[in-house]
Design a binder for this molecule. Sequence first.
Ligand SMILES: *Cc1c(COP(=O)(O)O)cnc(C)c1O
Length: 407
Amino acid sequence: MTAPRASERFTGSFTQQEPIPEDAIEAAVAVMRSGRLHRYNTEGAEIGEVPALEREFAAYTGAKYALAVASGGYAMGAALRAVGVRPGDKVLTNAFTLAPVPGAIAGVGAVPVFVGVTEALTIDLADLEAKADQARVLMLSHMRGHLADMDRLMEICDAAGITVIEDCAHTMGAAWRGRKSGRDGLIGCYSVQTYKHLNAGEGGFLITDDDEVMARAILLSGSYMLYGRHGTVPPEEAFARIKYATPNVSGRMDNLRAAILRPQLARLEAQCAAWSARYREVEAGLRGTPGLTVIERPEEESFVGSSIQFLLLDWPAPQVDEVLARCAARGVQLKWFGGAEPAGYTSRYDSWHYAPSAPMPASDRVLRGIIDMRLPLTFTLDDCAMIARIIRAEVGAVWQTGARVTG
Ligand SMILES: *Cc1c(COP(=O)(O)O)cnc(C)c1O
């Protein structure tokens, strides 16, 4: 056991990712030198950076088709359109997720129906089953990388005739019983925004095995009639059926982003392992802290620990605020997802007033207790151990002064 060091202060930055690798920078410079940044600006049989990336991402996930797009939010919106969600339709989604998820649903004029969250931070499958007759599509968000029991979830959705779209913004590289996240649903959506597992600043992917869904998604993304130049292309019949009926809602990826993503994708597995080592270090340091609940990860889940969550269950708000302030004073930036006023970004269903919701007391209790912390790869394992010591000491100090809710 390391003795607590009260004076310890962490000086790293929670928003500092690693630099873009040198080979990716060189590839980006080559694209800029060529002047041909647009994905369809190719000659003859030449394969541009975007279609090459699409092939590589499809191969990585095992999907038949991959489409590279402008953002994760764009991928989700295109997925909803591609499965035929119309204005006014209801779409099931997580009560605990990030604003772009209900935003994508609202963006196509549809209405989110929120499904509760468990203490494991996954979608509440009993609540999903109870609400299964309310919509024909589930936009399933693997928020903060926590995978629900995907076998049970697919059973519920298959039985109810619900189409599943997966938001894999935090699960690129994760798997449930060896099945890559994004492969259980009809469509998987990913983000390559700076804080996700690949960093292009902005960008996203949509994957599927379905010919017609991919044909629609490609046309939607703004392919004009150049869809034949994609990295993974459904048969011509799939386009023939829909090509005059599908609107162009531009959201393409450009060659510059694809150029910096390809070398990163080649290293993704090693990066995921590095994240998980950091996660396990913090988790081990937090385990057994009085008043703090560690999230137990199921054996079936291989997760990517790019962030870590723990619960301060049933703590009064002033004491949670105090923990955050004390940790911040020692350089540890925690985010309280359950704060009454959303700060920075919003992650709870009752912050989204454009989407009506009934209160969910059991979920509210969990949401009020969720504390979140990013784990950028610029942190060393020693950094992670120190961060855990600081949180442990400050949670302990506040707990001792009586954070327990009485009655
Ligand atoms: C980042 C994120 C998205 C969307 O990604 P963008 O690329 O920023 O549009 C979707 N879902 C979750 C849970 C996210 O964190």
